[in-house]
Design a binder for this molecule. Structure first.
Ligand SMILES: [Zn+2]
Length: 432
């Protein structure tokens, strides 16, 4: 594991404190002289409609006190690390390059699972800066707790206050959720941090294991809802309500997998004309998505064998990928991309996947949509807005923090109507 870059360098801290002075002189005298703070929270795998079959009094109160979107659309590929890096960068996955939960090397055949990939620095640090680094370069202080991407450094820099979960972390422990909440509120109050991203690993785990329609999932959503209430109470107790904005969203939804011989499963080895011997490398047995690297001269053979082989298997050459997926223009994406319709997963040699729920499907599927809630001094109250893509959360966050965004694929116009109009932005002050 590569754990470089966990600690900020002295030089960086010096630079950051100088930047605070620089920023406060450049930004001029804003209307509201106190800078707004922002907490971005992700509850992994919280499908947009999980509040419809469970009582969620705290999420309901948050909607009355702030903004609720009908749903938000994550980018494709709907996997945890790629979609979280979109939240942090505002870029589609083909543009930010964190194209999968797993780091892989097509030459050696090596693959690393989700947790180990968190520590592969150059998997993450490949040209796009997450908001923590941009904020710090412009004089703010940023923190992150357990959010995917936190363990890596970017151009040698890391979020100034951070915590990475240990291996084999119990993502379901509600007591730990409360301790982590109080810890983050302490960062805002005692260390005057401006922005924190915070990650909870549920209801994803429960949705995988028991399925999205299970009672276990509904119970976990109640736990999430209690935690939303706790988060808001903790913010108030830490005296943060006047300045702190809270966004709650997620990385992807969850969809029920058909089992028990109800359907013909997708198993590549059973497809006539297809042979693993024609591949140099493959990434399958990972939910409904897959990528293949054919051996030299074998691309057409592999493609023709798979295309149309199963009515619920989609097979595309990388350069022919549907444009709406934004999943083609990156060297890390392999020449053949596969995905299955909801209900199905892609197996390699034989079925090895037994989850009752999965994600990784086309982001147009309603089961992949996520929740979006926001509350705080920047946001209107009791406002429901139309759906939008989660790439647009990044420019919204930069606007609230008053920082210049990096190049990104989002548009402030997609989310600006959620905001009360008086927020000062650095852009307005610099140009005006
Ligand atoms: Zn998951």
């Amino acid at each position: 594991m590569d754990i470089r870059g966990h600690m900020p360098t002295i030089a960086m801290l010096w630079t950051a404190s100088l930047c605070v002075l620089w920023a406060s002189s450049v930004l001029g005298a804003p209307v509201n002289t106190e800078r707004q703070k922002l907490l971005l929270i992700s509850f992994d795998g919280f499908r947009w409609d999980y509040d419809r079959d469970v009582d969620t009094p705290n999420l309901d109160q948050m909607a009355r006190d702030g903004v609720k979107a009908l749903y938000a659309s994550p980018p494709y590929l709907t996997l945890t690390s790629p979609t979280h890096f979109t939240l942090l960068t505002g870029r589609y996955i083909e543009n930010h390059g964190v194209i999968h939960n797993m780091w892989f090397n097509t030459t050696s055949g090596e693959k690393k699972p989700y947790y180990q990939t968190q520590f592969v620095n150059d998997w993450w640090d490949n040209g796009t800066l997450p908001i923590w680094i941009t904020a710090q370069k412009q004089g703010l202080k940023a923190g992150s707790l357990h959010f995917p991407g936190t363990a890596s450094s970017y151009q040698g820099l890391v979020a100034m206050v951070q915590e990475v979960e240990p291996l084999l972390y119990n993502y379901k422990n509600e007591t730990a959720w409360r301790e982590n909440t109080d810890k983050v509120m302490g960062w805002f109050r005692d260390q005057n941090v401006d922005f924190v991203s915070m990650y909870f690993g549920e209801p994803d785990g429960t949705g995988h294991k028991y399925g999205p329609d299970s009672n276990e999932r509904r119970e976990m959503v109640k736990q999430v809802d209690r935690t939303v209430g706790y988060i808001r109470d903790s913010a108030e107790q830490h005296g943060l309500n006047r300045h702190l904005n809270i966004i709650i969203t997620s990385d992807h939804g969850m969809s029920t997998i058909y089992r028990n011989g109800l359907v013909e499963e997708i198993t590549l080895s059973k497809i006539p004309g297809f042979s693993f011997g024609d591949l140099s490398f493959h990434l399958v047995d990972y939910g409904p998505s897959g990528m293949l690297l054919p051996k030299p001269g074998k691309l057409e053979v592999v493609y023709k064998a798979l295309k149309g082989a199963h009515p619920h298997l989609h097979v595309y050459k990388k350069e022919e990928m549907p444009a709406h997926l934004h999943f083609a223009k990156n060297d890390r994406i392999l020449p053949i991309v596969l995905w299955a319709d909801p209900g199905y997963v892609i197996n390699g040699y034989f079925p090895v996947q037994f989850n009752k729920g999965e994600h990784g499907f086309d982001n147009q599927e309603m089961d992949m949509k996520v929740l979006f809630r926001a509350v705080g001094p920047a946001f209107h109250k009791n406002l429901t807005v139309e759906p939008f893509e989660t790439v647009n959360i990044y420019p919204l966050m930069c606007h609230i923090l008053g920082i210049q965004p990096e190049v990104n694929d989002g548009h402030l116009n997609a989310t600006k109507h959620m905001l009360v109009t008086s927020i000062p932005t650095s852009g307005e002050f610099i140009s005006g």
